[in-house]
Design a protein around this ligand. Structure first.
Ligand SMILES: Nc1ncnc2c1ncn2[C@@H]1O[C@H](COP(=O)(O)OP(=O)(O)OP(=O)(O)O)[C@@H](O)[C@H]1O
Ligand SMILES: [Mg+2]
Length: 250
């Protein structure tokens, strides 16, 4: 399972590096599944509409207007870029959100921010069995079929646990988790990751990212890394090499 941050999707070089890696995983017989974010793109669309942008503990404050923009942007231009980048490398990339077949279900925690409650993995199982690469926008639905905004890292972890993924690689521009002084951290136990959030070493988008890494690790996903968008990085991490920041049980 590979999660690509929005800033990477926006960057041709970084996106190409990730797409090359996903293609080499597929060639090696792995069954890659991709989830993408879209933070900067959603911010730009909200700004263009004159809508407010606010975050709390790294999660986007989401009301009825925001969730419409989130879905339009993620399931529109952002996903199109990811699917195109993979298709250029010969992959059959299939874009979908939780709305398709109603496979990603969440409950609202605040406004239209969702917490995943159900992942019906059947749909993606069928796709990966055929050699297709699902490209997932983290838009979930509630029981009434309304869209809920789930952080992309949170979504990737929930899906990784549900499908029994061997690894979860969160690809982000910063390339890993940094200490307060700026040095990069090679390994973090789940308890140290929680402590980093509590001590405010990890702030903003790094909070849901570490929470996702903790959730995946505790849910039995073996190789959980936060890495940068360099060619070879995510392949190496999924093969067990030391790359970026690895989150381990403990
Ligand atoms: N300790 C830390 N180490 C590294 N980055 C941190 C840390 N604490 C906070 N951050 C912030 O977390 C950000 C990464 O999360 P962010 O949500 O912005 O990106 P993303 O998850 O890759 O993309 P998207 O949200 O679009 O999917 C970094 O850009 C950095 O500003
Ligand atoms: Mg994020």
């Amino acid at each position: 399972m590979i999660k690509i941050g929005g800033a990477i999707v926006a960057d041709d070089v970084a996106l190409a590096a990730c797409a090359e890696d996903v293609a080499s995983l597929a060639r090696a017989g792995a069954r890659p599944l991709v989830v993408h974010g879209g933070g900067p793109q959603i911010d730009a669309a909200l700004r263009a509409r004159g809508a407010a942008i606010a975050h709390a503990d790294g999660l986007r404050a989401t009301d009825d207007v925001t969730v419409e923009v989130v879905e339009a942007v993620l399931c529109g231009p952002v996903r199109a870029r990811v699917v195109a980048a993979l298709a250029r490398r010969g992959l059959v990339a299939v874009g979908l959100s939780g709305r398709d077949a109603g496979w990603l279900v969440a409950e609202a925690v605040q406004g239209r921010v969702g917490r995943p409650t159900e992942v019906c993995a059947e749909l993606v199982h069928r796709l990966v069995e055929r050699g297709h690469v699902p490209v997932v926008a983290p838009v979930f639905v509630n029981a009434a079929g309304e869209a809920l905004n789930v952080n992309a890292d949170t979504a990737a972890a929930a899906i990784a646990v549900a499908v029994g993924a061997v690894g979860l690689v969160l690809v982000t521009e910063v390339g890993g988790v940094r200490e307060r002084g700026g040095g990069s951290i090679g390994e973090l136990s789940t308890s140290a990751a929680s402590a980093a959030i509590a001590a405010k070493v990890a702030t903003g988008g790094m909070i849901p990212k570490l929470d996702a890494a903790i959730h995946a690790t505790r849910g039995g996903v073996g190789r959980v890394h936060v890495v940068g968008p360099r060619r070879g990085e995510l392949v190496a991490a999924l093969r067990g090499a030391r790359r970026g920041t690895r989150v381990l049980a403990g």
